[in-house]
Design a protein around this ligand. Structure first.
Ligand code: 13P
Length: 260
């Protein structure tokens, strides 16, 4: 009998569909939305996670208890504990049932002045707490228009990603700031260019398909463009904002991931 050797490259690769709710939803709305999203049945190679505001993490966790959908938080402190009023540690998020945490989202970088160093320290704190940080990078409109966007992305990756990290212990989200909430998306070739640049800067163990860092795209992802974006070379999934607040639209994006 002929034996087939296990070939990691023949495996279908995982697609990630992450919903960042940002600062939206009081308790009742969060539970209703989580329950509705929880009724979707993601395909085997689709990892879905939702990222509600901190205050709703417990309720959303409960609402998702019968589903395969994971929980994430939108930020964490770089510190373990202590006198840091208003902050939430990565360990607390782990304890609340989170698997993922966003760090360095552009709204944190711009509205809260977070530097690459702060983002890196948050990613380190997350990994220490056995969470998977989703490290966000992306250029603003002026940087895109000046033609310096690849330099900006390169600097952000080099300075925000902890060095010597296991490539599958974190994810990257490429979110061009000008595409967030604007209804504008880069053309697919531009997404691919940015993703390839990011991938070239990361450590990959090319002998194992599962030893690579997944790179998600975010910025005006909707049900009608999710499929072509996720099918673009170098794109391992999407980080969705506004469209993740509508269960039917988010459900269609989850379906699209399963069809690729
Ligand atoms: P939108 O999908 O609303 O553009 O937001 C993207 C985003 O910031 C996800 O983190």
């Amino acid at each position: 009998m002929m034996r087939h050797r296990f070939n990691p490259y023949s495996q279908k690769s995982m697609k990630y569909v992450f919903g960042n709710w940002k600062m939206n939803g009081i308790h009742e709305e969060a539970v209703a939305l989580a329950k509705a999203v929880g009724t979707t049945k993601p395909q085997k190679y689709t990892q879905v996670a939702i990222f509600p505001p901190f205050i709703n993490l417990h309720l959303v966790k409960k609402a998702l208890s019968r589903s395969s959908i994971a929980l994430g938080a939108q930020d964490c402190s770089p510190e373990e504990n202590g006198a840091f009023t208003g902050d939430i540690s990565a360990g607390m998020l782990k304890d609340a049932g989170c698997k993922y945490v966003l760090v360095g989202h552009s709204e944190r970088r711009t509205l809260h002045g977070e530097s690459d160093e702060t983002v890196r320290n948050k990613a380190i704190a997350a990994i220490k707490a056995r969470l998977v940080p989703v490290i966000c990078v992306g250029e603003n409109l002026a940087e895109r228009e000046s033609g310096k966007y690849l330099q900006v992305i390169t600097r952000q990756v080099e300075q925000s990603v902890p060095s010597l990290t296991n490539p599958s212990s974190y994810l990257i989200a490429y979110e061009p700031v000008w595409a967030i909430g604007s209804g504008k998306t880069p053309i697919l070739a531009e997404i691919s260019e940015a993703h390839k640049t990011i991938a070239s800067l990361l450590y990959h163990d090319t002998s194992k398909a599962d030893k690579k860092t997944a790179i998600l795209y975010g910025g005006s992802v909707k049900a009608n463009n999710a499929c072509e974006i996720m099918a673009t070379e170098g794109v391992d999934g999407v980080l969705v904002g506004g469209a993740s607040l509508k269960a039917d639209e988010f459900g269609k994006i989850i379906e699209a991931a399963g069809s690729i």
